[in-house]
Design a protein around this ligand. Structure first.
Ligand code: ADP
Length: 191
């Protein structure tokens, strides 16, 4: 079973690449951002709560996110492996994920980090905001706040996974195909 964490700043291309990896390696793709947006769209209680954080570019509280993630994994016992996109985003989430997976005799195989500089990322997000309708992509202050959240809460995961020997950096600048190629070469070199 391969379980991959796809890691990177907002706009790094996690969702785009996860969609390719999912079909190539037959993994079940879990995007916490997409799950929250689905709840928002359906106006569930979880969606209303998540929205109050997401619209500002803040992270949704850990326990809410962890519970949603666990439910999603538990609801897919048939999966051959998972690709976690946008989760974990804090050390507490990463620890919860490790505990939860080990309780199911599962483990993270690798964390693949898509790297790109902030100026490129801001441009990508503003461009995406013009078509996606995502409020968090349409305002440069909100985008900057997401980078702050990343720096303060998510960046420490680099050390967390490096200490486990699972952290791999991938250049996230180039065409979508080039980046897919880099990721698949890396995954194939690991297995
Ligand atoms: P991006 O990677 O472009 O920021 P996502 O769709 O992954 O986009 O996430 C959008 C928003 O959803 C985040 O800014 C945050 O508010 C919320 N979110 C997604 N995943 C998590 C998580 N693991 N923990 C807390 N909040 C999350």
């Amino acid at each position: 079973m391969i379980n991959i964490v796809i890691f990177g700043k907002p706009g790094a291309g996690k969702g785009t690449q996860a969609a390719f990896l999912k079909s190539k390696y037959q993994l079940f793709h879990i995007s916490t951002g997409d799950l929250f947006r689905h709840h928002i769209y359906n106006k569930t209680a979880l969606g209303i709560l998540a929205r109050s954080y997401m619209d500002k570019g803040d992270l949704v509280p850990d326990q809410v996110t962890i519970d949603m993630l666990k439910d999603t994994v538990e609801n897919h016992p048939e999966a051959k492996g998972f690709i976690f996109d946008g989760f974990p985003r804090t050390t507490k989430q990463a620890e919860a994920l490790d505990n939860f997976l080990s309780g199911r005799s599962m483990t993270i195989s690798a964390t693949l980090a898509l790297e790109a500089n902030d100026d490129i990322l801001v441009k990508r997000l503003i461009k995406r905001g013009k078509t996606s309708g995502r409020l968090d992509d349409q305002d440069e202050d909100k985008i900057r706040n997401r980078f702050e959240e990343y720096k303060n809460k998510t960046a420490p995961l680099r050390d967390f996974y490096t200490a486990q020997g699972k952290f791999h950096s991938v250049d996230g600048v180039g065409s979508i195909d080039e980046i897919t190629q880099r990721l698949t070469e890396l995954i194939d070199s690991l297995y």
